[in-house]
Design a protein around this ligand. Sequence first.
Ligand code: DAH
Length: 340
Amino acid sequence: MTVKEDLVRLQSEAIEAIASTADEASLDKVRVAFLGKKGSITAISASMKDVPKEDKKAMGQALNAARTAVTEALDARKQALQDEADAKSIEGLDVTMPARSLPTGSLHPLTIIKDRAIQILRRLGFALAEGPEIETEFHCFDALNTPEDHPARNESDTFYFDSGKLLRTHTSTVQVRTMESAKPPIKIIAPGSAYRRDEIDATHLSVFNQLEGLYVDSDVRLSDLKGTLEFFYRAMFGDQTEVRFRPHFFPFTEPSFEIDVLLTVKGEKPKWIEVAGCGMVDPAVFDAVNKSRGDSAYDPATTTGYAFGMGLDRLAMIQWGIKDIRLLIENDIRFLSQFA
Ligand code: DAH
């Protein structure tokens, strides 16, 4: 038998053996038997050196053809075996069945309210501003015309550090910070956290959220303040929302007001809810800012402004009828998933 005939025979033996394999392990055995280091086809290529020169080319070609044919058959069988295994592994499975739904996250109600408030106020031309939560007494109290003996400055109302710094008790600090660093006109809002030593209950937290507003120019009037805030609360809670300004006292505004919104819950008697403090910036605040700046950019004779500070937690409670403010910090999925 010639070497060539040997090759043809080996090739058809290999192809037959490949076709009858039932798994990848036996397929690999066939590969080793024919193409492995000691495989029968490999043995023939080792004997190439004894082939006469003139036959070498034809022999080489025949050998390559046999090797290629066997390799292709091995690959095809391997693919077929894998496809069979795949099909078997999902036998009886209905792949058209709808997938189990994954719980989706959602924004926290406070974030939703804050974003909406910012959106409305930006439409009115307010820019975002910010300031530190660890503050000086100057920015939290003195510059805001709040005297040394004011109850808000008491150890029992405010968190002080040994350094004399404190956790800001309101976002009004950003009024001072903004005026220190920029000249009028100023039109900013500053959402952020504030801290007080309050007893925690259904309506009080020691960390809460405010949104401060400040508009300073040469001709800002109380009517601007009223119009702006009425617009704001109607944009927030609906066109029919009733807003009431109640005279009040704040050291840093004069005159000052508290703002109430008439809350109507289905089946309950309408109730006025306090939502913010506001007023016309007290000239004493401009004086303090000028002194800190070392100029008279905020000349009280020609500069006027209004300021407001609202509780964001309150807005969320009103918006969704949340009766206990603690729900906003407990991270209870049963509560939070209602906002998804
Ligand atoms: N800072 C005040 C508070 O936390 C709220 C407030 C009142 C802010 C009047 C203002 C304002 O800007 O003009 O109770």
